[in-house]
Design a protein around this ligand. Sequence first.
Ligand code: ZN
Length: 221
Amino acid sequence: MRARAGQGGVYCSQLPVSSLSVTSLADSSCVRPPPAPMMHLGVWTGSREQRCFLGRVRGHVVCLLLLQLRWSCSLCGGLYTQSCSSAQCGSSSSVFQSTVKLVIDDGTGEAHVWFSGAQVRALLGLADSQWEGLQRALRVRGHIRVYPRGRSLVCDSEDPLLHFLLCVCSSEVVCRQLSLTCRKQKAQRSEEMKRFSRGDRDFMTRVTPPLKLTCTHLHSD
Ligand SMILES: [Zn+2]
């Protein structure tokens, strides 16, 4: 509404034309944390900064060092085959656990990265049906440990499951470019002096152990 004032001015009065009502307060747990900063492995390895324990890394997989698949007792954590391996336990429920340790290189440095659970299936590029098939195949023996660099504990090369997993681990699907968010592990080995022999000479050199990271999120891009 408005009314013209006597000497050219305008008076306004406002009327409410809409209303806003608050139905609920935002759930603070849904607020996404800011994305982790992009980290170069060379810089991260040398950094003693404790604050930056979460970082995003882009690099290519050099090789897989270890793949471990295992049925564990959900009560005591022991190996579970048809039943719990502990005679006293008597539990009848089990969980499937998977771990991968691999080497990633981003051009500035290398790191050893640990993956677990659903990340392993995505990392290996297996379909849901293949992943379920693997779990079924391991029901009897309970676990398998694959060292794709040639030290597999199960040395029977006739073992079809081991053969399959070795093929998967060295495939182009696995050895690809990855983008991941990682947490720097608390226990990092410090620099070591190592002795090398070359002919009749000994050399001492400082060796920086690889940075140890745990993958918290495997990005799909
Ligand atoms: Zn048990």
